[in-house]
Design a protein around this ligand. Sequence first.
Ligand SMILES: [Mg+2]
Length: 365
Amino acid sequence: MQARIIMLVDLDYFYAQCEEKRNPSLQGKPVVVCVYSGRTEDSGAVSTANYIARRYGVKSGIPISLAKKKLKDIDSVFLPVDHEFYREVSEKVMEILRSHADEFEQVGIDEAYMDVTQGTRGSYEEAKELAARIKKDVWTQQKLTCSIGVGPNKLVAKIAADIQKPDGLTLIEAGEVGRFLSPLPVSRLVGVGRKTEKKMETLGIRTVGDLARFDVQRLVEVFGRKLGTYFHNASLGIDDEPVQERGEAESLSRISTLKENTRELAVILEEAEKLCDEVYARLLRRGLSFRSVSILVVATDLSVYSRSKTIENPTKELEVFKKTVRELFAKFLSESDVEARRVGVKVSNLAKEEEKQKQLTNFFG
Ligand SMILES: [Mg+2]
């Protein structure tokens, strides 16, 4: 497989940070976001605490009453979770991230993997610039900090993001993976919970390096073939899992980097139409029609522009898709002096054709 560059972007102490964003006067105080169970005034558990509260030992999962004890006589703030607000903020951030990814996979309200191999031309130098740019965009547009890990696969990117928080940026190139993972405790690996950790300890395995040196046959005997093999590979930083969109997509998009920066319509359209073909193939496979078409341009300074058009009736016509894309790019270039580095196309307002199909089947059935 071709060498990849994968990023994990993790928004820091997300719920509590959303509250600080909404109400900047909270900054500098311990902020504790709680799930109240409603039985008594303080029954329930802490969902997320900001870093100041964490210094007092307040963390996710502890009872609210205990958190209040730890923060006794300290000017602190306790708030109920507001999922709707966090989801709204999350969507805006994900939109920013998506615009910088070849492939994108959201893995929770505050985390996403990005395959940036193509966009960075496989260069860690460029990946570092891109990560810095993403941190800056998320900060200036949403007033949130995030931690980013960059590595040759999802496993390494995830651990790299966790190692330096908050507001961290950690790059681990393929050649550094062994040295990076080796001293870490095995609990850093996804899938190693407290029980597994204990079991490994009885085998003399404490660090990822210990695990890497441990006989793989014996691992399989103790943990079974699937897990044993997984632990062995994970300890060596081996992970081939692709970055891919999960679940039912609300939109389908494709972005690519131009061979050269340009603002020449013909060159841009040549690339864009290729992208249309790719997106269209995915639409067909899922039997979806679309109503909205968007284009995206990442400029040479990495600023992002998008334009959209919604048509009256849902359609499955490739030619409608391409024609709309051509119009949008032509209009965009005539209105701006932006030079494009990357271009993308997107369809949204997707719908399944099932209904019509069902009616026909019933009719002939
Ligand atoms: Mg987070």
